[in-house]
Each structure stands twice: as structure tokens, then as C-alpha cells.
Design a protein around this ligand. Structure first.
Ligand SMILES: Cc1ncc(COP(=O)(O)O)c(C=O)c1O
Length: 340
């Protein structure tokens, strides 16, 4: 039997920590906030039949328009998590090169599937830039997939376009049949006053992107994400894999997702306000706690803001392994005692 690694971050949704300073979504929207008054009155008539294996046509058209691709290149998935899973599943018999640190399930998926994994580590001291030499060493003619996130999790830093071009150039030389899966889940989750970067979905026939409504739109429970897939043969295999796993996504979820995207000029701007206010609360808390303004203790790890100098990091937090369940509790109770 295949074994998926134990994943401490499932506690974030299963245990609902009281103070989750690592929360990546901001406040969740209610259905009443998603729909206009007229739509809310009609909501009772929305039917809950099967969706389609590709996903709702109107929703795909809206996503396609926002990414500069054709609707036929968009596959709706149960969040970006499912998009990552489907790609890992299809490419798991080749070598997969993965940028780390990353959203933990990105790594756990390919581990659980049993792929041959090569990692390229981005470092805090390099502002999480891709290590070009490290990447070149990990690529081989057997590489089938390279997985990177932009903005990256946990640093929230986007990969500069030139670095993506350099990655594509290296892949073209060493593994020309491989794809780059670019996880753009945080792309539109910008703070107040910052415009989101354009998607790279249309930048190359060898780039597949994934994203979702979870982070920038505040509806992670809708479980609506997507893949943009330029190659029709790959698209078809992904569609079949999705169909065999789930038949379709939830039709009610897709309906609500379509309504949110129809207000896409408005919703991310509101979210930017919420996220900026939340960040200010955390920064205020950090200041009050007389900790360094650059270091925030969270339940499961220590998060350093980009630009932090190492001497700003309290000595007791340096060079410690990531805490397991025991120390994690201690971090939480320390955080709670400071907040109270
Ligand atoms: C980088 C990244 N990708 C994908 C996901 C999955 O998000 P979802 O499945 O809700 O779209 C997350 C969630 O935290 C993430 O951080």
C-alpha cells in the first residue's frame, strides 16, 4: 500500500487552533456576501445535479479570460490542492523536481504517489530566489515535471519573470518534454495598494498553472480551483483522472464561484483591505510583545518577514529544527499568553 506522510498541517483545519497566526486566507466570506440580493433570492432554485468533468462552462470562460488562455484549456479542480494531486499522479513515474520549502502537501503528494523526487532549496538569505545551479544539477533527461510556486509559500515572494525564463531555458536544454507546473494560488492575494502580477498561464506551451479562489477571494470551503493546460493530450488525461477520482466538482460550489468571479474587480480589493488590516494587527501584537518586529511566532513554525537580518532573530529561535507536536503546543501556549 502507498503511504502518504503524516501531515501536521491537517491540524489547521481539523483542530481549528484558537490563534492561527499562519492563516493564509483572511476572514471567510458568507454566502450572503458572495451573492447579490437578487442572486440570493434565486439561490434556492439552483439545482444540485452533477457538474461536468471539465467544470462549468461559464466559470471556465471567466477563468480563461482572466488568464489569457482559451476556455478549453481550463480544467476546474477541487481547489489547487487537487490540481497538484492530479499533476503529481500523472507525472509520478518520471523524476519530479520540486522547489522547497513549499506548501507541505505539494511535497507529500509526490512522496505518497512514490515519485522519484529531486528538491531545489530556496533560502531566506537569498530572498528565496531559485538556486539556478541547484536546479541545473537536479534536472535530467528523465525529469517529467518541475513544480514551483509563485508567490512562494511560506515566503509570499513571487518568482521574477527572468528567473522563470531561465528555468524554462534550462528545461528546454536538459528535459525538453517536461512541464513546469507553476502554482499561482497566492498570485491575486495582494495587500492594499499592490496590483497582482499577471499570470504566466499563456507564457509557454510547457507551462501548466494551478490556482484557486481560496486565498484571494476568501472562499476556501468552496473547493474551487483550476488548472490551465496548453496541451490538449495532457488536458484530456487530467480530465479523465479527475473524472475517475470525483466525476465532477460540486455544481453548487461552481455556481457560487462563477458569481464571485463576475465581481472579480471588487472582491480581491476588499480582501486586500482585510488582509492588510490583519497583518497590521499581527505587527501590532509583535510590537506590543516587545519581540523583534520581524519575527512572528506561529503554531507550527517561525515565520520571518523577507528582509529580516539574522541578528534581528532572537537567539533562542535560531537553528532549531521545526517543532513536532510537543514543542508546537509550547509555541501555541507562548503565543496565547502574549496575546492575552
Ligand atoms: C502554495 C499553495 N498551493 C495550493 C494550496 C491549496 O489551496 P486550495 O486547495 O485551497 O486551493 C495552498 C494552500 O494553502 C498553498 O499554500
Amino acid at each position: 500500500m502507498r503511504q502518504f506522510p503524516a501531515s501536521p498541517i491537517t491540524a489547521v483545519i481539523d483542530d481549528r487552533p484558537r490563534y492561527n497566526l499562519g492563516e493564509s486566507c483572511g476572514r471567510d466570506l458568507s454566502v450572503a456576501e458572495i451573492l447579490t440580493a437578487g442572486e440570493l433570492a434565486d439561490f434556492g432554485r439552483v439545482t444540485a445535479g452533477y457538474g461536468t468533468s471539465r467544470g462549468d462552462a461559464d466559470l471556465r470562460a471567466q477563468i480563461a479570460a482572466r488568464h489569457g488562455v482559451r476556455a478549453g484549456q481550463v480544467l476546474i479542480t477541487a481547489g489547487a490542492a487537487s490540481a497538484l494531486f492530479l499533476m503529481g499522479l500523472l507525472f509520478g513515474d518520471g523524476e519530479i523536481v520540486l522547489g522547497v520549502p513549499c506548501f507541505p502537501p505539494t511535497l507529500d503528494v509526490v512522496r505518497g504517489i512514490g515519485a522519484d523526487i529531486r528538491t531545489v532549496r530556496a533560502r531566506f538569505g537569498d530572498r528565496y530566489r531559485i538556486d539556478a545551479d541547484g536546479l541545473r544539477r537536479q534536472l535530467s533527461p528523465a525529469t517529467s515535471l518541475v513544480m514551483l510556486a509563485s508567490p512562494q509559500n511560506p515566503s509570499a515572494l513571487a518568482i521574477p519573470d527572468d528567473d522563470i525564463t531561465a528555468v524554462m531555458d534550462q528545461m528546454a536544454r536538459i528535459c525538453p518534454d517536461a512541464y513546469l507546473l507553476l502554482d499561482e494560488t497566492f498570485r491575486e492575494a495582494a495587500y492594499r495598494g499592490a496590483a497582482p502580477r499577471p499570470s504566466l498561464a499563456a507564457a509557454s506551451p510547457r507551462i501548466v498553472t494551478c490556482s484557486s479562489l481560496s486565498k484571494a477571494y476568501g472562499v476556501p470551503g468552496l473547493r474551487v480551483g483550476w488548472l490551465t493546460v496548453p496541451d490538449p493530450g495532457l488536458y484530456e488525461q487530467l480530465r479523465l483522472a479527475k473524472f475517475n477520482a470525483a466525476i465532477s466538482c460540486g455544481s453548487v460550489d461552481e455556481y457560487l464561484a462563477g458569481r464571485i468571479l463576475s465581481r472579480a474587480g471588487e472582491v480581491p480589493a476588499q480582501r486586500a483591505e482585510i488582509m492588510t488590516d490583519a497583518r497590521e494587527i499581527v505587527e501590532g501584537w509583535v510590537g506590543q510583545a516587545r519581540r523583534t518586529g520581524a519575527v512572528v511566532a506561529t503554531g507550527s513554525r517561525r515565520v520571518l518577514q523577507p528582509g529580516t537580518r539574522s541578528r534581528q532573530v532572537p537567539r533562542r529561535w535560531r537553528r532549531r529544527p521545526a517543532p513536532g507536536p510537543g514543542p508546537r503546543r509550547r509555541h501555541l501556549s507562548r503565543a496565547r499568553s502574549v496575546v492575552r
